[in-house]
Design a binder for this molecule. Structure first.
Ligand SMILES: Nc1nc2c(ncn2[C@@H]2O[C@H](COP(=O)(O)OP(=O)(O)OP(=O)(O)O)[C@@H](O)[C@H]2O)c(=O)[nH]1
Ligand SMILES: [Mg+2]
Length: 318
């Protein structure tokens, strides 16, 4: 495993692809690889691109890659679609949208679809981002659809969160309702070539005006107009990301933020581990059997959860 880790850190792309595949398949030996790689992580800058299906996330990402590549940066893209069990369409779409970059050894693109258990996608995304980080990619772009629970967790692992809305369809309003005002560091109104772009800009501005938390904040999320298919507004977007990065790194609580993130990451790794262990509990006191008992009201969920936890930790509780 040490050898695999060394090759990966040394920039071996085949080793990286293999590691990503193994993580995606939830191979048990991945933990050992991640252990080896951990000390090489923490250098990449992680950008989240979130928005409704078809908002233009991949088109924007494609243009951003070009920009970062011209600047000599290596870029990894992880496209996550938690809403689709297969995501064949999305993956194909990404392939077409970012085609020219697939040949570039300085660019690594990978699409993920939900198939494991709930929350599995978040875990895979986090681990794949770590592996890309260790492999020396300067910029990691994580593309996610919508703002479900999984996405919020994914956004939390990014350094700069970009939220993409499009004119019309009431998307902007929906987005504001879903509480993304809190998670967005930068707003993008994409498809600015379409009618209603001004309205979307104004709606966002108005929503931000109402948000008291934003008034005293050191960073007020800028709203940027883009046209994903032509690349209009991309330099402004890249600039805004750089500004946000500079500001967050400068502020006194950057170190604190990093520590909090590390703590949160650890808690998630712990939770994932416990979840994995609990799913392995079999027999008449196994998780499935306990869940069945709860469903039939033969047992209350509190007692059932305690039963399972006691078995995992081999303690008597209390
Ligand atoms: N008119 C117009 N079309 C755009 C713009 N940006 C992207 N599109 C088109 O919108 C469609 C969806 O673009 P994608 O980049 O695949 O969107 P996405 O958000 O990645 O989509 P999913 O990953 O499937 O959720 C494509 O047909 C794009 O060509 C834009 O600024 N203006
Ligand atoms: Mg896409």
């Amino acid at each position: 495993m040490k050898e695999r880790a060394e090759k990966l850190v040394g920039g071996d792309i085949r080793e990286l692809a293999r590691a990503v595949r193994d993580i995606d398949d939830e191979m048990p030996h991945c933990t050992e690889l991640l252990r080896e790689l951990y000390c090489h992580t923490g250098r990449a800058y992680i950008i989240g691109i979130t928005g409704a299906p078809g908002a233009g996330k991949s088109s924007l990402t494609d243009k951003m890659i070009t920009n970062y590549r011209n600047d000599g940066k290596r870029v990894a893209v992880i496209a996550v679609d938690p809403t689709s069990p297969f995501s064949g369409g999305a993956i194909l779409g990404d392939r077409i949208r970012m085609q020219r970059h697939y040949e570039d050894p300085g660019v690594f693109i990978r699409s993920l679809a939900t198939r494991g258990h709930l929350g599995g996608i978040t875990k895979s995304t986090r681990n794949i981002a770590s592996v890309c980080d260790a492999a020396g990619y300067d910029i990691i772009i994580i593309e996610t659809v919508g703002v479900g629970q999984d996405e919020v967790e994914i956004v939390e692992m990014t350094d700069t969160a970009v939220v993409v809305v499009v004119p019309g369809l009431g998307d902007d309003i929906q987005a504001i309702k879903a509480g993304i005002l809190e998670i967005a560091d930068i707003f993008v109104v994409n498809k600015a070539d379409r009618p209603g772009a001004d309205k979307a800009m104004n709606d966002l501005r108005a929503a931000m005006e109402l948000d008291q938390n934003l008034h005293n904040a050191a960073w007020r999320p800028p709203i940027i107009r883009t046209i994903g298919i032509t690349g209009e507004g991309i330099p402004e977007l890249i600039g805004a990301i750089a500004d946000h990065r500079a500001l967050t790194v400068q502020t006194a609580d950057w170190e604190k933020k990093k520590k909090e993130k590390a703590k949160r990451d650890f808690m998630r790794v712990f939770n994932d581990l416990v979840k994995d262990w609990s799913l392995r509990l079999g027999g008449e006191r196994g998780l499935e059997a306990l869940a069945e008992n709860v469903a039939e009201k033969a047992l209350d969920p509190y007692t059932a959860a305690e039963e399972a936890a006691k078995r995992i930790f081999k303690i008597d509780g209390g």
